[in-house]
Design a protein around this ligand. Structure first.
Ligand SMILES: Nc1nc2c(ncn2[C@@H]2O[C@H](COP(=O)(O)OP(=O)(O)OP(=O)(O)O)[C@@H](O)[C@H]2O)c(=O)[nH]1
Length: 298
């Protein structure tokens, strides 16, 4: 059987129900860090894994904002992203008429080669379902959408149908993420990598490459502060002592260097707490390998 996988962008103006729809598509584990300010990096908002496919939903900063507030730069980023994904889903609200922002978004989407599916959301709130057809016609007049489907993200109506339509447009491909991936894993993975890099840089040959870092906890403490707790695993007590250093000096330097880089990358203040633990022979323990993400890049 062919396994399909790929990237999907949900676009649409504010309040049309993108988050609700995403939740309905992927289940509960979504948008843990949803209030992170816009950055140019594309954040993964959720992954839907089934027997037949894996859809990775990503954020597209920029396109959701009204045109006049869009810097050229953000438009470029958004368009580049939309060109790189496999499917774009334009989410619109069935309870209101075509909005000028949507006309703008559709115009921008003309510059994108990716197939676009129209999801007419909130059909449960229509007084008469026949209105849904009129709405769809109004959007179809703006552009010939590759597919369209009326849905109710809130009630879960037709969400599976939408998933089928998306799946049909995904290329053949592998599972990018493990089945139980939670949405912040790619970020925690980046954090682990950066901390590990600083450990190797600062301890030079004293601590071997076998050192590993696992992010244990991530939590948004305010709109611009992210709290991260991570454990650095070594294989021996002697390595642990080197890593901590005299009066904790080495660990402090590792933390400071990593924090600066992460703050620049995420555009957030980072509160980074580091711990060092000895874990003998972790390389032979599947559960730990999973935790460290070694089975992630299949
Ligand atoms: N009746 C109805 N309401 C819905 C549906 N989907 C979403 N809503 C409501 O619409 C409002 C906005 O939903 P969100 O999912 O936050 O919308 P969004 O597009 O993510 O909004 P932004 O984060 O501002 O971009 C919420 O009050 C939802 O409960 C639906 O299918 N039917």
């Amino acid at each position: 059987m062919t396994y399909r996988s790929g990237f999907v962008a949900l676009v649409g103006r504010p309040n049309v129900g993108k988050s609700t729809l995403l939740n309905a598509l992927v289940g509960q584990k979504v948008a843990i860090m949803s209030n992170r300010p816009q950055t140019t990096r594309n954040r993964i908002r959720g992954v839907r894994t089934s027997e037949t496919s894996q859809m990775v939903f990503i954020d597209t900063p920029g396109i959701h904002k009204p045109k006049h507030r869009l810097g050229e730069y953000m438009v470029e980023i958004a368009l580049r992203t939309l060109n790189e994904v496999d499917v774009v889903v334009l989410v619109v609200d069935a309870t209101s008429a075509v909005h000028p922002t949507e006309v703008e978004i559709v115009k921008e989407l003309e510059r994108v080669r990716t197939p676009v599916i129209l999801a007419l959301n909130k059909v449960d709130a229509l007084p008469d379902r026949a209105v849904a057809l009129q709405r769809i016609e109004a959007y179809q007049a703006l552009r010939d959408f590759d597919e369209f489907v009326p849905v109710s993200a809130l009630k879960g109506e037709q969400v599976e149908r939408l998933a089928e339509l998306i799946e049909a447009r995904l290329p053949e491909g592998p599972k990018y993420y493990p089945d139980d991936m939670i949405t912040d894993q790619p970020e925690s993975h980046i954090i682990s990598e950066i901390v590990r890099e600083k450990v190797l840089l600062l301890t030079r040959d004293e601590v071997p490459h076998s050192v590993m870092v696992a992010v244990e906890h991530m939590e948004r403490r305010s709109s611009d502060t992210l709290y991260v707790s991570a454990v650095i695993y070594t294989e021996r007590e002697s390595q642990k002592a080197i890593l901590i250093g005299k009066q904790g000096q080495m660990l402090k330097r590792v933390g400071e260097m990593a924090r600066h880089e992460l703050e620049a990358l995420f555009g957030n203040r980072i509160y980074l707490e580091l711990w060092v633990k000895v874990k003998r022979d972790w390389r032979n323990k599947p559960a730990l390998l999973h935790q460290f993400g070694f089975d992630r890049d299949r």
